[in-house]
Design a protein around this ligand. Structure first.
Ligand SMILES: [Zn+2]
Length: 192
């Protein structure tokens, strides 16, 4: 997701600040799909295939809204003040990524925190597992009792992706467990 914030100034009021439109857009996507399902179901001759596809689209849109909520939460917790960096002699203005209200100087260009890595790894795992589940659902929906060689290859690939994502999530959680806790319960707060 790409989000920009108004750096250096006071944030707009309201629980979502400058991300209000972003959240509204994500909600509008859910609303659109829901309307399409309602139209199909109450239109007289609904196509089961169409409704199933739209139900999946609704789930994806709702997942996008949930992800957006979590991302906004993370962005609003950041300091966000302008930081000017030196890029090969050229000034480059970016945002401070430390927690809002942090002590010490502003900093940008921090590597992703272990929590961020774990969040991404968890999302990758969920995405891979859902894709595999959808694939099997789709085969069953098609009336398939015994998958052919191509189907099996596709399922094996999906299963391999789940395994890969699971390995990544396990590593990310191990790293998370190895991070020393600061007095405030967050290693991030101990940064200067
Ligand atoms: Zn800062």
């Amino acid at each position: 997701m790409t989000m920009t914030s108004s750096t250096g100034g006071s944030r707009p009021l309201g629980p979502y600040g400058e991300y209000r439109e972003h959240i509204r857009d994500l909600f509008a996507s859910c609303d659109d799909v829901l309307r399409q399902i309602r139209r199909a179901l109450y239109g007289g001759h609904p196509s089961r295939q169409y409704v199933a596809e739209k139900a999946q689209a609704l789930r994806d849109a709702a997942a996008g809204l949930l992800r957006g909520c979590h991302d906004v939460e993370g962005c609003l917790r950041q300091c966000g003040q302008d930081v000017t960096e030196d890029w090969d002699g050229e000034p480059y203005v970016t945002e401070c990524r430390l927690e809002a209200g942090h002590r010490g100087p502003h900093l940008a260009g921090l590597p992703a925190s272990p929590m961020r890595e774990a969040t991404d790894a968890g999302r990758d795992l969920a995405r891979a597992a859902l894709a595999l589940s959808d694939h099997i659902d789709w085969l069953a929906h098609r009336g398939c009792r015994l998958p052919d060689a191509d189907d099996m290859a596709g399922l094996a690939k999906g299963l391999g992706e789940v395994g890969c994502a699971l390995t990544g999530a396990s590593r990310a959680l191990e790293c998370l467990g190895a991070v020393p806790w600061g007095p405030g319960g967050s290693a991030e707060e101990d940064r200067p």
